[in-house]
Design a protein around this ligand. Sequence first.
Ligand SMILES: *Cc1c(COP(=O)(O)O)cnc(C)c1O
Length: 368
Amino acid sequence: MMRDLDPSTVVVHAGRPARVADAPMGGSPVFTSTYVAGGEVGYGRFGNEAWAAFEETLGALEGGRCLSFASGMAAAAAVCDLVPVGGRVVAPQHAYNGVLALLDQQVAAGRLSLDRVSVVDTAAVSAAVAGADLLWLESPTNPAMEVADLPALAAAGRRAGATVVVDNTFATPLLQQPLSMGADIVVHSATKFIAGHSDVVLGAVVTKTDEHWSALELRRRSQGAIPGPMEAWLALRGFRTLALRLERAQSNAAFLAARLLEHPRVSRVRYPGLPEDPGHARAAAQMSGFGAILAFELGGDADGAQHVCESTNLWVHATSLGGVESTLERRRRWPIEVPTIPTDLIRLSVGIEHPDDLWADLAQALKS
Ligand SMILES: *Cc1c(COP(=O)(O)O)cnc(C)c1O
């Protein structure tokens, strides 16, 4: 029944308690480490009502079965653990730096081998994936904002027999559903847009098959990277307004991208919603909106970019993204950021404030 509804309706109504007399409107976090014997759950590391409600909602939106994890990285680590020892992974040149660092650690430990490819180069990814166990994709990529041709790459990965994973954090399940484009597993940092209020760290996977779900559930219970009940509950509470938040944030992002493009200090704007962006046609084909993250550069002026980040009054100079508050940062301030990300690249996470206030503060910081 839920499948026929618009995703913006599903996100409000999925994962609710049954409508019986005096049932609460929403579920609650259940604070318990153990359960009375004889039931299906048994212990707090194996299940919680708040996880289940969150998972039902995200699973309904992505069109698969969901498992929540302690963080996006815990979810990513569980998926990487599916690769057999000695296996090979193909991953993007640019992607969330924590995932790339995790893969590098696995290579250093001798657990797997890794090939990094540009996700915009469909032919190169398709060639690299031959004989690989896992193809890790992200689109749009953090923070380069590149757009991968997900249907083509998922098809290439499947032909090669690789498990195809898409980190869908930037797009959210409302703008892009990778399982419907042929991916096997979707990964989310629910910390970002899904929870949406900069007060929760949470992750999730969504799988197409029961086999992948069971393999990942086994890892969650044995490796113990479980969410707290309160975190899962807060994330679901935030999730309910995702459609509204995204609508405002992405129209703000489009407005700011156009303003930045005209600014004399700005040498490049990276936002797939701009018609001149190299990822525009692909994003228009596979996403139902262009999202609320963008990046821009200042002609190589890294010190100037750092200064801009430190000169805003309304925008918060902070890492992370997807909150109702607009934030910005120069990504290369992090030592683990990929060295081919420009030193002067500023990533904007656009919130739901008034666009004129956001532009006035950014313009003021660019003048300083
Ligand atoms: C933040 C982020 C992650 C990691 O998620 P955490 O919840 O911080 O562990 C993974 N992928 C992307 C694209 C992210 O932005």
